[in-house]
Every structure is written in structure tokens, then in C-alpha cells.
Design a protein around this ligand. Sequence first.
Ligand code: S3P
Length: 191
Amino acid sequence: MAVDDPRGGEGGAARAAVSHLVLVGLPGAGKSTVGRRVAARLGRPFVDLDDVVERMEGRTVAQIFAERGEAYFRERELAATAELRAASAASIVAPGGGWVTVPGAVALLRPPGRIIHLAVSPERALARLAGARRERPLLQRPDPLAALQTLLLARRQAYEACADHVVTTDLLTVQQVTDAIVELASAFRET
Ligand code: S3P
């Protein structure tokens, strides 16, 4: 399938071929950290969607935002999602925090994919991000906490609407969140 045709390209298959498990949530929710561990535990591939976009573009997310703007980045996120839809291996996927707001992105993978929302408070997210804030253009603000609060306000509904399950991560360790998701993944397989 053509990467640029998120509707499915030739044949326009209605559903993704395999059931990816997608972790959504604010920057700092732990999507990539936990996703890598879950993938290792389940013996499934891990896909960081930002990495896919960076490979497609040959530049970093920060560079894409600076050189082409956010709208272009969102287009590339959708194109990367379309690639995943055509993938043959059911992966653990960590998209960027804004992926849920890209029109059509969720529907490319779910169903049959399942989505888990890693809920996190803006305060906790900021504490987790620490130095990694530099790589996140939307948090390059004098008041990054306010930026995260605004993002959560704008996205809360989208996170809730797409999620099959929510794991509230503030008081949990990475290990505990990983365990919870591994358990959910087996429950999903049985349904
Ligand atoms: C973004 C989150 C980032 C990255 C980009 C935009 C967002 O990913 O996709 O900077 O809109 O929240 P993380 O959620 O992994 O930080």
C-alpha cells in the first residue's frame, strides 16, 4: 500500500490486517518506556511512531515542526499509521501524544487494534519528562506545565473516546504499568 494513501490504497481494505496494541496519552505518560517493555514481555515488535516519521523524513520531530510546521507533522503521522495498518506483525505501538487528534488515524488501526490510554496528570508528566522536554516542540514554552494542562484539556475527550481501557499511571512504577498492560493484552486476546 502506498504510504501516502491512508485510506488503504489499492483494494481499500476496510480493516488493519492485524490487531496492534496502541498506547496513547500525553507526553510523559510513559508510552515508549512501557511499550518497549510490554513488547519484550509479549515477544511482539515495538513501534515508536515518532521514530517511523523521523525515518520517513530523515530528520527529527523537532526539525519537522521547525521546518514544516505541526500540520505537516500530523500528515506524516497519518502516513506512518497507514504503513502500520498494512503491517503483518501485530505490534505494540506508541504514537506521539497528539496522534489521537489526527482525523482518521485511530480508525486506521481500531478495530481490530486495541487502545490503552496511559492517563497521567500534567504535573507527573512534567516530572517524568525532565530533560527530554527539549525534544518536544509543543513543550518549548515558558510554562511547560500550563502547556501540558492545555494539551490535556484539548485531548482528554479524544483519549477517552478511543480507549478500550485506561491505566492511571501517576502512582504506579514502570513495572506496575507494564504488568497491567501485559494482563490487559491477554484479556484482549481472549475476547
Ligand atoms: C506530541 C508528542 C510527541 C511528538 C510530537 C508531538 C504531541 O510525542 O509526537 O512532539 O502533540 O503531544 P510524545 O508523546 O512521545 O512526547
